[in-house]
Design a protein around this ligand. Structure first.
Ligand SMILES: O=C(O)CCC(=O)C(=O)O
Ligand SMILES: [Fe+2]
Length: 234
């Protein structure tokens, strides 16, 4: 599946694209169950433990759909011009009462003419105004300055911000140079979601731990060649 002209234009101009409701309710529920188990085992987000559960593709097969969906891969190809690798699947617990974050980029440098990273947020519940949806400022992926240089109070809402409201099971393709952040989860429920990050293979700043997106041969064997090429296999 490829992207339409309008979908490519949306990614180019706005820096994000919502592909709605790809995963079934059952897929979402299975992923949430496994994710919650992993959070419990690894004590994700608890004091003294990692803030984020990472390399989740190495911990369960249930997330494989998020790495293989062709239209999503077409979105990544469009942003990163085809030469990219996976940084694996990771997740943060988005708990009730938490989440309001500064506008930031997910790339460790200022945009300098080439887009180096993108993220797919897989929404495992409906993202609505009250449960801490991601906010973005469309078009900021072209600005050659960091958000802090332009927005004095990055925690506050911005007149041009857009909330990414979408149904459960959607894939939100986000250029990592786009200024964005989660908002406060004012609901009584968690806001489950997965992050699948992808980076251009050449140059760029490796912000994340070096084992992100490294998989063993046994895990690689679950995928066909075209997907295996997107990982470091050790
Ligand atoms: O999940 C979200 O709403 C965005 C999270 C985010 O920006 C991040 O983890 O870098
Ligand atoms: Fe982010």
């Amino acid at each position: 599946m490829s992207l339409s002209y309008l979908e490519k234009k949306q990614l180019d101009e706005q820096g994000f694209l919502i592909i709605p409701a790809i995963l079934s309710t059952e897929d979402c529920q299975s992923m949430v169950n496994i994710m919650n188990n992993l959070f419990a085992i690894e004590m994700t987000g608890k004091i003294g433990h990692a803030r984020r559960c990472s390399n989740m593709q190495n911990k369960s097969v249930v997330f494989d759909l998020c790495l293989t969906y062709s239209k999503v891969l077409a979105g990544i190809t469009h942003i990163l011009k085809g030469n990219f690798r996976s940084l694996g699947i990771s997740a943060l617990p988005h708990l009730p009462g938490s989440g309001n974050e500064f506008f930031h980029v997910d790339y460790g440098g200022v945009f300098s003419g080439e887009h180096k990273m993108c993220n797919i947020i897989w929404t495992l519940c409906d993202f609505h105004e009250n449960n801490g949806p991601t906010r973005v400022i469309p078009g900021t992926h072209w600005i050659r300055k960091s958000p802090g240089e332009v927005i004095p109070r990055r925690i506050e809402s911005h007149p041009q911000e857009v909330l990414l409201l979408c149904p459960a099971g959607s894939a939100v393709v986000i250029n990592s140079h786009l200024w964005h952040g989660p908002t406060q989860n004012n609901s009584k429920e968690n806001r489950p979601s997965l992050d699948c990050m992808w980076r251009h293979r050449e140059g760029g700043f490796e912000k994340r731990q070096s084992n992100w997106g490294v998989i063993g041969q046994e895990i690689a064997n679950r995928f066909d060649d075209s997907i295996q090429k997107l990982f470091i296999i050790e």
